[in-house]
Structure formats: C-alpha cells, structure tokens
Ligand binder design. Structure first.
Ligand SMILES: [Zn+2]
Length: 292
C-alpha cells in the first residue's frame, strides 16, 4: 500500500508558537503521476501543494476551502491549488512540462520557473464574500512567499519551509515542509530561540529525504522549547469532481449552443484541470437538457 501523507500539529507549552509539519511525499507523488510534471515542475507544483495543505488544515469549518494561486511571469504560468480542513488538496500548473537548468546552487529552479508576480489566497469560509489576501512574490521559491504573505496580508509572523526532491527517473524522492506561526503576545525569549533553531535547521527537503519525520522536524524547530503534540491529519491529493458536477455545467449551457452541438452530432468532452479525469457526454444525454 502507498504510504500516506500526514500533517502533525504542535504548540509550545507557553502558547507562544504553533507549528504544522508534513511529510507530503505520497501527496506530491500522486500529483506528479496525474500531471506528468517535469523535474522542475514537480518541485513547483509539489511545493505549492505542500503549502496549500499546511494552510488549509487551519480552516475551522468542514466545508471551508482555501485556494492558493501563484501568478508569476515565468515559464511555469499560473499555479492553482485548493485545499480543505480535512486534508484534501488538489492543484495544477498551467505549464506542467516546463524544464529549466538548475539554479546557481545546483537546485531545481523553482524561483526561475515562477518568476515575478503575485500570490493570492482566497478563503471560502461559507460567508457571502470569500476572504481574499495577496502579496507580491519575494523569491518565487514559494516558502519565502508564504512567509511574506502571512506577515503582510494577515499580520502573522511565520516561517514556512518547503522541499521536494526528485529522483533521476523523475519519481518523487521526498516532499515535505512546515509552517511555524507566532501567537499574539509571544514571549520574546521563545521567539529568539525559534529564530536560532530555524537558522540551524538547513534544508527541509534534504532532512525529509534523509528520512526525517514530521515529529523530528517539530523537535528540531522547537529544540529547547517545551511543546505539546496536538492531533494529526492525513493529507491526500483528492479532487472531488464527478460526472454529476460536470453535467450540471451542461445544464447551464444556453439552448442555442446545446442544439447546435446536437445537430453537429458532437459529444461533449470535458477534462478536469485538477485531476485530468475525462468526462464524455453523448448526444442522447445532451438532448435531456433541451427545453422544448
Ligand atoms: Zn477532478
């Protein structure tokens, strides 16, 4: 059986900071299979999906969703991910097969693929108007951009680290990350200690590639800081689309278009952009939506 991806939650005993840490190797491997991403784009989409899962499990309501949209001017095009509080996350990249040479550090060039632009976060909390926050991209490496987003748009001091490693055969070797956030009135001594710990932690994807678990990641970030482990959460790539969902879109087509499709004897084919599932609707089915 395929290994599950899971998120671990922990909070410092004094209530200064909390953290979500995830081993998302299985999640990113599924995304790679669905979208057949290049090496660089596996890292781009993978990091965005990890970030989206870390952000969306913080949602309170069962039906709440969080959309993370990264709009850069680089060759990757737009990256869109959607997650919910239960750990379901889906996403796609506009140009999944873009490949770039490694960056100056010899790493997959995520920042180069994304380029300059903006990061948008849309939270649908079941109210009339969804919440919409945004910030300018800092490096396009996604982790720093998420940190910037929380600082400027939500005024929450945070640190986000994300990592994806890809094998020579393009399969996902490891993927994971963490999102650390300060709570109001955080103890300045704890903050200083956290900053020291973060400096010492190094490459998260390297650590996960070396077999480090979310618990060990939490232990490193919270080194010398007492903390409690809260509940965990499974995370998985899950689209939630269905034939019924798409047939409802058909029902909204205007009658003229519908009739001309029937006259041309053209079955309607739709492909879900998130999971690449193809749905075909035959002429007989189209005829059901014609109102006489
Ligand atoms: Zn789908």
């Amino acid at each position: 059986m395929e290994k599950q991806s899971s998120i671990l939650r922990a909070i410092s005993v004094d209530g200064s900071a909390f953290i979500h840490a995830v081993d998302a190797t299985a999640l990113v491997a599924t995304a790679r299979e669905i979208h057949n991403t290049s090496k660089t784009m596996t890292a781009v989409l993978g990091r965005a999906l990890i970030a989206c899962s870390l952000m969306s499990v913080q949602l309170k309501g069962e039906k709440n969703t969080l959309t993370l949209q990264i709009q850069g001017d680089g060759p990757a095009g737009t990256i869109l991910c959607v997650g919910d509080s239960k750990g379901n996350v889906k996403g796609y990249a506009q140009n999944p097969d873009v490949e770039l040479p490694p960056n100056d550090l010899g790493k997959l060039n995520v920042g180069g693929a994304i380029g300059n632009g903006t990061l948008h976060v849309i939270k649908d909390l079941g109210m009339n108007e969804p919440y919409h926050g945004m910030c300018a991209l800092v490096t396009g490496e996604i982790g720093e951009d998420i940190t910037e987003y929380y600082a400027t748009s939500e005024q929450i001091p945070s640190a986000c680290a994300l990592g994806v490693r890809v094998n020579r055969d393009l399969s996902v070797k490891s993927a994971g990350g963490f999102l650390l956030q300060l709570l109001p009135n955080a103890d300045p001594d704890i903050v200083t200690k956290l900053e020291e710990n973060l400096e010492n932690i190094g490459s998260v994807s390297q650590k996960i590639a070396d077999g480090m678990t979310p618990l060990q990641l939490v232990e490193q970030v919270f080194a010398d800081i007492p903390f409690d482990i809260l509940d965990g959460n499974e995370v998985k790539f899950s689209c939630g689309c269905s034939r019924e969902k798409y047939s409802r879109i058909l029902a909204t087509l205007n009658q003229k278009d519908l009739k001309s499709l029937i006259e041309e004897d053209k079955p309607v084919e739709t492909v879900c952009t998130f999971c690449n599932t193809k749905y075909v609707f035959g002429i007989d089915e189209l005829k059901q939506y014609v109102k006489e």
